[in-house]
Design a protein around this ligand. Sequence first.
Ligand code: GLA
Length: 332
Amino acid sequence: MQTDVAAFAPGRVNLIGEHTDHTGGRCLPMAVAMGVTVHGRREGDRVLLSSAEVPGVADIALDVADPAAVEPAWARYVAGVVAELRPEVGFTGGLRSDVPVGAGMSSSAALEVAVALALGHDGDVEDLARRCQAAEQRATGVPCGILDQLASAAARDGHAFVLDCHTLGRTHVPVPDDVEIRVVHSGQERTLVGSAYAERRAQCEAAEALIGPLRLASPADADAIDDPVLRRRARHVTTENQRVLEAADALRSGDVVGLGTLLDEGHRSLRDDFEVSTPTVDATVARLRAQRGVHGVRLMGGGFGGCVVAVTDPGALAEGWHARPGPGAHLI
Ligand code: GLA
């Protein structure tokens, strides 16, 4: 049977809680209004998708064996989803995206989630996110966590949410109108493929071999690690997990100054303890932070370039994107 389908999945902003998801820690993401729309028909025995923005066609056999070898490169994410879902029927259609690519706003997660819905995924949002996380790993070889896909799949309009990446439990928190969230590109393109992401993840696992699960550890536990590198990595994760809860409280009470302070601390921790910032990103953070009405700025996403996120008074910053919290993925 031929079916007309349209599915939308948003990009995301992570207010705080960076490099915590892969150890089952906490994050505070929200969806943005920008996203990927996939439209077309379930038909045939291949998935055929063209993009309104980028050249080439994703032409994926339903039994695709190696998504990472597919060309063009953007089609690998489509292939990853096909390999995860193994739909019985193909798809012919197109996609549109207004999520900036290579910025740390999860354009690839938005693509995966929209494709999965368009192909007929009918499980719950946790299953949708897990399958799309696996699709991303198949497509890129990067052992990413579940933050991006779960944020895209499960966000609620007007809200950020505390995500427990161990249980996938979520507590939605309204974002007050007078707290503006602004995303600004550092000008440095970012890719996690070939970055030290996998190395950082391995270092977290090495720290866990010493002190147990980082999601249950305290900063004092981290400070007891002898190895200075592993100690710093663990200190970032354990302090960041605490900052997520404090940031959610600040958001709940409309305390933009307190929220900003936590973002500043989060940036220092990513820069000095987790060591995933760059001089270009640090300069962007410092430049924006010096402006009136800007209460906190930090690196967002996996690091090594990409965007920063700022909390500001309304209208304080002219550059970048005003990130308004939008709904999670859905069929249109
Ligand atoms: C990337 C990964 C996520 C998460 C962030 C860092 O976006 O895809 O799983 O680890 O980095 O918080």
